[in-house]
Design a protein around this ligand. Structure first.
Ligand code: PMP
Length: 437
């Protein structure tokens, strides 16, 4: 029977809210760069929700678009039917993205977008008569969502441990943390080409004829903001081209403005065969994911020996009217408010404010790119992760929401953040660090 006074009485223990009891943070509203907490405080959002509210909370135009859609078409399947906004949104997305990303498959989350991309990669090779390519390669420290496909290619063993054996033949590139560490210096880490050559070594071990695709986060996000070392992505592209392997960028975080561009492919000038996106696509207001593929991938289905119609993939809510309405309004806001350009401009201030933490207690590294940053701490002897948890809690008490990782504070504010709010975030972290043992 329900225990009505105990809010988390019916949560499952392994949800993300495992620590709910010890740190209840309930929000009842949000506007612009702030949350309103249930105890009546305005909390500066240093995380854009969860890397998604790029245009700020409760944007009136996005809100109105969702309301208007709720008053109109509630639902239509996108199997052999649809609604105009789904086509318009696909067109707008392709118009914003770099050349070479041409066709959109809608889904409902980053995890679904990733699993869709992996399935498309397998089917692409089959369409071309290369069905022996089944292996999917990810990167140690890569995060690609919670579906079985994404888990298989992701490199965080703790996430995979209890759910094996997962997809057969997944392999992982070594992680790049040591070289990606800025160690207080700014700019791109070096040695990208040598690091990418790890892929060439994996290809030699596994044989190119077994490998379908390589998936990477261009900037590893939730594992600690690791910008790609110089030349890394370009070299991956070259190796994939040489061996007929598809390259997928997981742009669930890096897509739609976080790096001051439509996506990382644009920011780094390297176009993969597919990108996955979610989060910023609808400003977090309605769940939506999308997998965008190049024309050559699309053509393989339209002209391949098996009819593309025989292939079956899609979700009940793919291209949901509410999500499409939110997506269209969001893209319009990004464009009209020039938020990607604004991000490029304000990124200097962001970098300086982040690096002003140099020399603060416990800080061993500061990494930043676009409007994202990670502050890494030395682990407390005997208590890994404690310093970041305490820092985040102290900031929260101070009215600033930051995200604690494993001895990391990760930051990705709305792209609408003002310079004085940036200063406030880093001042709050600094104050917290001064009080933490
Ligand atoms: N890929 C990346 C790079 C992500 O950061 C995330 C979410 N943090 C996902 C996939 C999964 O997205 P979702 O939680 O919407 O399924």
């Amino acid at each position: 029977a329900a225990r009505p006074n105990d809010l988390d009485a019916h949560w499952m223990p392994f949800t993300a809210n495992r620590r709910f009891k010890s740190a209840p943070r309930l929000f009842v509203g949000a506007e612009g760069n702030y949350y309103l907490s249930s105890d009546g405080r305005r909390i500066l959002d240093g995380m854009a929700g969860l890397w998604c509210v790029n245009a700020g909370h409760g944007h009136p135009r996005i809100r109105e678009a969702i309301k208007a859609q709720a008053d109109g078409l509630d639902y239509v399947s996108c199997f052999q039917m649809g609604h105009p906004d789904a086509f318009t949104l696909a067109n707008r997305m392709v118009g914003m993205l770099p050349d070479g990303l041409d066709h959109v498959l809608f889904s409902n989350s980053g995890s679904e977008a990733v699993d869709t991309a992996l399935k498309v990669a397998l089917a692409y090779h089959r369409q071309r008569g290369e069905g022996g390519r089944y292996r999917l390669i990810g990167r140690a420290r890569g995060y690609h969502g919670m579906g079985f496909g994404g888990l298989s290619v992701a490199g965080i063993s703790r996430h995979r441990r209890d759910f094996g054996p997962l997809l057969p033949g997944a392999a992982h590139l070594p992680h790049t943390l040591d070289l990606a560490r800025n160690a207080f210096s700014r700019g791109e880490p070096e040695h990208g080409v040598e690091l990418a050559d790890d892929l060439e070594r994996l290809v030699q071990i596994h044989d190119a004829s077994t490998i379908a695709a390589v998936i990477v986060e261009p900037v590893a996000g939730s594992t600690g903001v690791l910008p790609p070392p110089k030349g890394y992505l370009k070299r991956l592209r070259e190796i994939c081209d040489k061996h007929g392997i598809l390259l997928i960028f997981d742009e669930v975080i890096s897509g739609f403005g976080r790096l001051g561009a439509s996506c990382a492919a644009e920011a780094f000038g390297v176009t993969p065969d597919m990108i996955t996106c979610a989060k910023g696509l609808t400003n977090g207001a309605v769940p939506m994911g999308a997998t965008v593929v190049g024309k050559h991938v699309y053509d393989a289905f339209m002209t391949g020996p098996e009819s593309a119609i025989e292939l079956f993939h899609g979700f009940t809510y793919s291209g949901h009217p509410l999500a499409c309405a939110a997506g269209l309004a969001t893209l319009q806001v990004y464009e009209e408010e020039g938020l990607f350009e604004r991000t490029r401009k304000i990124a200097d201030h962001w970098e300086q404010a982040a690096h002003a933490l140099k020399g603060a207690p416990h800080v061993i590294d500061i990494r930043n790119i676009g409007l994202v940053a990670a502050i890494e701490f030395a682990p407390r002897p005997g208590g890994p992760g404690q310093r970041s948890a305490e820092c985040a809690e102290t900031c929260y008490q101070d009215g600033v929401l930051v995200r604690a990782g494993a001895d990391l504070i990760v930051l990705s504010p709305p792209l609408t953040i003002e310079p004085d709010e940036i200063d406030r975030i880093f001042a709050s972290i600094r104050k917290a660090l001064d009080t933490i043992a």
